[in-house]
Design a binder for this molecule. Structure first.
Ligand SMILES: CC(C)(COP(=O)(O)OP(=O)(O)OC[C@H]1O[C@@H](n2cnc3c(N)ncnc32)[C@H](O)[C@@H]1OP(=O)(O)O)[C@@H](O)C(=O)NCCC(=O)NCCS
Length: 222
């Protein structure tokens, strides 16, 4: 897996010391997306995510933050939202991924153009029907219910699978059951395979240390 630069930060609010600088750092495409973003909670986490992404990408690319290009577009509606695409004026590209949960935002970049991550609240993965909606058949067969009930097992599984799905750029347009984890819920890096009409695509999923009540994972193609 190529080295990943990753941070998990508190979401800034207009009362935070860094808020004005974060808003000023937004690029034109960020501002266009912010215009279409409703609700103060979504707006503050968007601003935090984009400013952190710009900062991490600038350091990785060795260019001023203002020169980092961040764009997002939706393959369904063509609107300015979706997986962030990061590049330098000279054409170099980075893989980039953002996730929000509770009052935190996770941002990661890597040289690999394909990168996904997810930050999830442990409680959010404890809903009735999780196992049938999320686990692949072989995961369902191979894991005892007593293991699945051991928190944060389901949250780790969800973070790993959503990280893979975000790496594809399709997100939850694809079912989490299409991702097969070699060791579901493991606390260490492991193999994942995205299954589908295009065959079997291998990824490595790495759990990431997260604040209490949250679980995170990052996925890169092999
Ligand atoms: C993308 C998706 C997985 C996000 O799930 P979530 O758990 O609610 O949110 P997270 O906080 O983990 O991730 C949100 C971030 O993922 C990124 N993202 C958005 N769409 C993405 C995609 N298709 N692939 C990868 N990353 C995506 C964005 O950076 C977004 O944050 P930002 O808008 O502040 O920059 C989910 O919303 C999805 O799959 N949507 C697909 C359907 C869709 O967007 N339809 C729109 C049709 S108009």
């Amino acid at each position: 897996m190529s080295a990943v630069d990753l941070v998990i930060q508190p979401v800034l609010t207009p009362a935070s010391p860094g808020w004005s600088a974060a808003v000023e750092a937004l690029g034109d495409a960020d501002r266009a997306q912010l215009e279409l973003t409703a609700g103060p909670a979504v707006r503050t986490r968007f601003v935090t995510g984009r400013s952190e992404l710009r900062r991490l990408a600038a350091a990785r690319l060795g260019i001023p933050a203002a020169d980092v290009r961040i764009q997002a577009w939706c393959p369904d509606c063509r609107g300015p939202h979706g997986a962030p695409e990061v590049s330098a004026p000279d054409g170099r590209r980075l893989g980039a991924t953002i996730s929000h949960a509770s009052d935190r935002v996770l941002v990661a970049v890597a040289d690999s153009p394909v990168l996904g991550a997810d930050l999830v609240e442990v409680s959010a993965a404890e809903f009735p029907g999780f196992d049938r909606a999320v686990l692949a058949r072989r995961e369902l067969v191979a894991t005892a219910p007593s293991l699945r009930d051991r928190q944060p097992w389901r949250a780790r599984v969800w973070a790993a699978k959503e990280a893979v799905l975000k790496a594809t750029g399709r997100g939850l347009r694809l079912s989490p059951t299409t991702v097969e984890l070699a060791a579901p819920g493991a606390e260490t890096a492991g193999a994942a395979v995205l299954t589908g009409s295009a065959g079997r695509t291998p990824f490595t999923v790495t759990p990431v240390a997260a604040p209490a009540g949250l679980v995170a994972a990052v996925a890169c193609p092999d």
